[in-house]
Every structure is written in structure tokens, then in C-alpha cells.
Design a protein. Structure first.
Length: 148
């Protein structure tokens, strides 16, 4: 959903970039065609004006990057009394963090061991990969731990 909102916002930002205050022309039925985002600006101070298409572009970029969201989504499944599968998926547009999957995996494995009152854990399998998904490829990591 976030991807489609972002594409819409970027499209709207492009429509307002034509710097024409009036109609852009007419369509096949003779109706006036105007930009989706009007050629207006927001006056922030006496010397600073921000065009509406710039605001729309900023909102779209924030939706894509979302710097406050966690870089990794963690899913886990219990396979047996003392075994867990951990799956990590990095957000599509992240700034940095390419080598941190194994650290996030170890941190989550340690939390699982503590939550279930085990002293430690052993990694039975661990794999990192890049999955080709829309809108952009994502780093993933999968592993199974044994609680000891």
C-alpha cells in the first residue's frame, strides 16, 4: 500500500512542475486541463516559500524511506519445544545496515532463549539472501536455533 501511495504522490508532484498558472490546454472534449497540484507555494517565513509540488515530493520520499521505522522485520515460529525458526526481512529502502542481519539474528535468538529460561542457544542453520520482490529487492535471513 505504501508503494502505491508513493507512486501517486510522485506522479502528483510531477504534474505541478509545469509552472503554468492557468489551464494547460484542452482535452478532446474541449474541457480545460489543469495540473493536479496547483502552481502555489506555502509561505513559511518572510524569505522562505516552499512550492506545493516540493511538499508532495517530500511526503512521498518520507513514505518510501521512513527513517523512523525498524530496518528489519522479525518473524519466528516454534518448531519443537526447544527449536525455533527465525526469519528476518529488511525494509526495501534502507540506508546502510547491509551486514547487520547476523547481529539482529543473534540478538533475537538470545531473547528467545532468555524468554524460555534457557541458558544459551545453538544455531542449527543460517542463510542470508536477496529476494527479488516489488518494489525493490530485499535482504532476508533465515535460521533455526536449538535452545540449550
Amino acid at each position: 500500500m505504501r508503494f502505491f501511495v508513493t507512486v501517486l504522490m510522485l506522479g502528483l508532484a510531477g504534474c505541478g512542475a509545469l509552472r503554468n498558472d492557468g489551464p494547460l490546454g484542452t482535452d478532446g472534449s474541449g474541457s480545460a486541463v489543469t495540473p493536479v497540484i496547483p502552481n502555489k507555494s506555502l509561505q513559511l517565513s518572510s524569505s522562505l516559500r516552499v512550492p506545493l509540488e516540493g511538499i508532495a515530493l517530500g511526503v512521498a520520499l518520507y513514505l518510501v524511506v521512513d527513517p523512523l521505522s525498524p530496518n528489519w522485520r522479525i518473524e519466528e515460529a516454534r518448531l519443537a519445544e526447544d527449536r525455533f525458526r527465525i526469519a528476518l526481512r529488511r525494509k526495501p529502502f534502507a540506508t546502510g545496515g547491509d551486514g547487520e542481519a547476523v547481529r539482529v539474528f543473534h540478538r533475537r535468538a538470545g531473547q528467545i532463549a532468555r524468554d524460555h529460561r534457557y541458558a544459551s542457544y545453538a544455531i542449527l542453520e543460517y542463510t542470508e539472501a536477496i529476494e527479488s520482490v516489488l518494489p525493490a529487492a530485499q535482504r532476508v535471513a533465515y535460521g533455526v536455533i536449538l535452545l540449550k
